[in-house]
Design a protein around this ligand. Structure first.
Ligand code: DAH
Length: 336
């Protein structure tokens, strides 16, 4: 019966220490459940005299009842403290909301990073330009259709919002001494109707390399490296003859369609190719306007539309979605 006393004492000690419902569950099993020793103690009564049997039988029942009461009491205490304090780890966590970069700017920075890794430096030019830089210096004469009032936002006579980033070619040539390689990102403006592929404000990246000995081969190698890194190693490029007043020869550059691999499908209008940029060798007149000796230097230039490249990269069908401020659309491109 000494064991009964010890059993009771250890119960009292353990029930005090129990600090969680799972401790409590364990003690319930140990002291009143299947693992309890009450059966064992009752069996031992057989060995006692009738008088002892009566005393100890009563004691056993009383202790068992007390244990049950104490367990119940402790259960209520633990329940109320756990309800207040326990963290429910099964609930979904609270997610902080953070902004995201605009897909056009993500693409812009990604393109710039690729060119920087090829040794290009990033320069900028003003969004308000003079007619001289935007047109004349680029060999676009006054009667050229690109100068039409319909296409440009004029501010004051002789000043307009730049219609492309190409005027930065002249500004960079004035500022730097060859040889150099630059990329110039920036906003451009045209009086175009807002439709699925046109926006009155859009982004371009201009590229310009000037040195003593530059050829079409340099241009092709550079653009091929860029396209492979940006779109994927398996993509090919194609040069088609083109016309720009500030380059000669000029080319329109296409990338093989990523959907059909060049076989022709709906995404590429069944041609297998998608136009991504314009490029060429810098026209001697442009060098002259920038104050260079056109006999002395050569260069290549290219210009790409960032919205267009972003749309091709992510399969976005309408340019207007970029500017509608729909966060659900915009935040899904936050890949960093
Ligand atoms: N400035 C041209 C445009 O906006 C794009 C362009 C074409 C830029 C050929 C260039 C180039 O530097 O070589 O349509």
């Amino acid at each position: 019966m000494q064991e009964l006393e010890e059993y009771w004492e250890s119960f009292q000690e353990e029930i005090q220490k129990a600090s969680t419902l799972s401790d409590w569950n364990y003690l319930k099993g140990k002291y009143v459940g299947k693992k309890s020793r009450w059966g064992e103690f009752l069996a031992k009564l057989k060995e006692l005299s009738p008088e002892e049997k009566r005393v100890w039988g009563k004691k056993i029942n009383q202790l068992k009842k007390e244990m049950e009461e104490l367990l119940e009491e402790r259960y209520q205490e633990l329940l109320s403290t756990e309800e207040k304090s326990e963290v429910d780890i099964t609930l979904p966590g609270k997610k902080g909301w953070s902004g995201s970069f605009h897909p056009v700017l993500l693409t812009r920075d990604w393109i710039l990073t690729i060119f920087q890794s090829l040794g290009f430096r990033v320069e900028e030019g003003p969004e308000i330009e003079t007619e001289f830089y935007n047109f004349e210096a680029l060999n676009i004469p006054p009667d050229h259709p690109a100068r039409d009032d319909q296409d440009s936002f004029y501010l004051a006579p002789g000043y307009l919002l730049r219609t492309h980033t190409s005027p930065a070619q002249i500004r960079v040539m004035e500022k730097l001494k060859p040889p150099f390689k630059v990329v110039v990102p920036g906003k451009c403006y045209r009086r175009d109707a807002f439709d699925a592929t046109h926006s009155p404000m859009f982004h371009q990246i201009e590229g310009l390399v000037v040195a003593r000995d530059i050829s079409m081969g340099d241009l092709k190698g550079t653009l091929e490296t860029f396209v492979r890194r940006f779109f994927g190693e398996e993509r090919k490029i194609r040069f088609r003859p083109g016309y720009f007043p500030f380059t000669e020869p000029s080319a329109e550059v296409d990338v093989s369609c990523g959907v059909c691999g060049g076989k022709g499908c709906r995404s590429c209008g069944y041609s297998g190719w998608l136009e991504i940029l314009g490029a060429g060798l810098v026209h001697p007149q442009v060098f002259t306007h920038a104050g260079y000796d056109s006999q002395d230097v050569r260069g290549f230039a290219f210009g790409l539309g960032v919205e267009r490249i972003t749309m091709l990269k992510f399969g976005i069908k309408d340019i207007r979605w970029f500017w509608e401020n729909d966060v659900q659309f915009l935040e899904q491109f936050n890949i960093f």
